[in-house]
Design a binder for this molecule. Structure first.
Ligand code: NDP
Length: 456
């Protein structure tokens, strides 16, 4: 059920319901229709006040939230977002997506999401630490390793997870794997920081391989990426490692465009400066040596990269929701873009998705975030498994498991799309991964809800 004034949640709900309804699932098995009104209401929403002290000794107040959406497959699992735009519509959309995304990982995790309208950008480290302690003072009583295990998202990285974890441990007198994305020496998993970006590229690599019968790969592909945070940085590094050319990155102020390809040194310089909340414009100016020469970049203020990148083969939106409009999607298709996979959650607007899906017959293939970016939560699931066994897997072991999860997820979306397609007889068209991802995730959650008596 969608309440008024929840446009983002409405969009996420419509995407799932349209994908599932516009297939043969409901005609073949009408019982699944009964699940929609139940699964679209969160099991529980917690909303709380967070008061904290700024560096001037003044009281500050923010809203804190945790949406515990669905626990059919396991403890609630999903990130925390600290951003001034955070509200319940955004957290319900993110939590709803998370339910089906977590199902697609094949691991035992329910769906949830939380966060605050706190803006970490203009704050000192001490202010961020005091905010995290105050936030956890409320959240601690509602989470636990078998109840709800939050992680990072926009504005919440390793530093914030550390402050939150330290606060939880002190309050509860209990060292437990209650958050993922922890530091490597205190329960974190190797490859967790890399997992969303790497996983998105592994998923896209399978799309390229399948669409070309194994003839093509990322090698020499021109790849447009948006964002310059956690997901974008590691997506860029993996594309470069696989021989692709990264032609763009962006932030909330503008984009950098590169003709010859963004380099590893440039990504590393951005990663270090973003920890201090520097803008791409400032980074390019202050690190003139790294951003000059053969791999010089052009900075364009106030735009997203999609209409500025020229000819591209792949687009990986990796900043935030609704960051590809219908017109930008058309520009990408006209620029030759064949593969679009979302590192961000709901990166494409409804209009953009319509453009991509309408061009499937022309070899354009779109993968929604709930499939393409499930690598992050998958390695969070692996972090939970390591914490409960008190073991630590090697980098190679975790990377191998991540690759395996992304490839299995792709195959699941692909086969499900074919099975429930209404386009039967048209074997030459690429099946809709939009439908495949939504239907596969939905069936898994719905079956568990029937088994547990949540729907009957
Ligand atoms: P970060 O905070 O590390 O980076 C976010 C990036 O997006 C920054 O470059 C930021 O710019 C930019 N950005 C944020 N809001 C806007 C906006 N309104 N308009 C334009 N640019 C914006 O976040 P992550 O990399 O972790 O997350 C990126 C996306 O990936 C989100 O949609 C998130 O939900 C999704 N995701 C993340 C996962 C993870 O493991 N981290 C897992 C699955 C999905 P600036 O630097 O100027 O703030």
């Amino acid at each position: 059920m969608v309440l008024p004034h929840e446009p983002e949640f409405q969009q996420a709900y419509d995407e799932l319901v349209t994908a599932v309804s516009d297939s043969t699932l409901f005609t073949e098995q009408p019982k699944y229709k009964k699940v929609i009104p139940v699964v679209s209401v969160p099991e529980r929403i917690i909303q709380f006040r967070v008061t904290w002290e700024n560096d001037k000794g003044e009281i500050q107040v923010n809203n804190g939230y945790r949406v515990q959406f669905n626990s059919a497959l396991g403890p609630y699992k999903g990130g925390l977002r600290f951003h001034p735009s955070v509200n319940l519509s955004i957290l319900k959309f993110l939590g709803f997506e998370q339910i089906f995304k977590n199902a697609l990982t094949g691991l035992s995790m329910g769906g949830g999401k939380g966060g605050s309208d706190f803006n970490p950008k203009d704050k000192s480290d001490a202010e961020i630490r005091r905010f995290c302690v105050s936030f956890m003072r409320q959240l601690a009583r509602y989470i636990g390793p078998d109840t709800d295990v939050p992680a990072g998202d926009i504005g919440v990285g390793g530093r914030e997870v550390g402050f939150l974890f330290g606060a939880y441990k002190q309050m509860q007198n209990n060292w437990a794997g209650v958050l993922t994305g922890k530091g490597l020496s205190w329960g974190g998993s190797l490859i967790r920081p890399e997992a969303t970006g790497f996983g998105c590229v592994y998923y896209t690599a399978k799309m390229i391989e399948k669409a070309t019968n194994g003839k093509e790969s990322f090698k020499d592909k021109r790849v447009a990426i948006s964002g310059s945070g956690n997901v974008a940085q590691y997506a860029a590094l993996k594309v470069i490692e696989l021989g692709g050319v990264v032609v763009s990155l962006s932030d909330s102020k503008g984009s950098i465009i590169s003709k010859n390809g963004i380099t590893v040194d440039q990504v590393n310089a951005i990663a270090a400066a973003k920890l201090k909340f520097k803008s791409l414009e400032e980074i390019v100016q202050t690190e003139a040596k790294v951003f000059g020469g053969d791999n010089a970049v052009e900075y364009i203020a106030g735009v997203r990269p999609w209409t500025k990148v020229g000819q591209v083969d792949v687009a990986l939106p990796s900043a935030t929701q609704n960051e590809v409009s219908g017109d930008e999607a058309k520009a990408l298709v006209e620029a030759g873009c064949k593969y679009i996979a979302e590192g961000s959650n709901m990166g494409s607007t409804k209009e953009a998705i319509e453009v991509f899906e309408a061009n499937r017959g022309n070899g354009v293939w779109y993968a929604p975030g709930k499939a393409a970016n499930c690598g992050g939560v998958a390695v969070s699931g692996l972090e939970m498994a390591q914490n409960s066994q008190r073991v630590k897997w090697t980098l190679e072991e975790v990377d191998e498991k991540l690759k395996d999860i992304m490839e299995t997820c792709f195959e699941n979306c692909y086969q499900t799309a074919k099975k429930y397609s209404t386009e039967k007889g048209n074997d030459t068209a690429l099946p809709s991964l939009l439908k495949g991802a939504n239907i596969a995730g939905f069936i898994k959650v719905a079956d568990a809800m029937f088994d547990q008596g949540e729907v009957f």
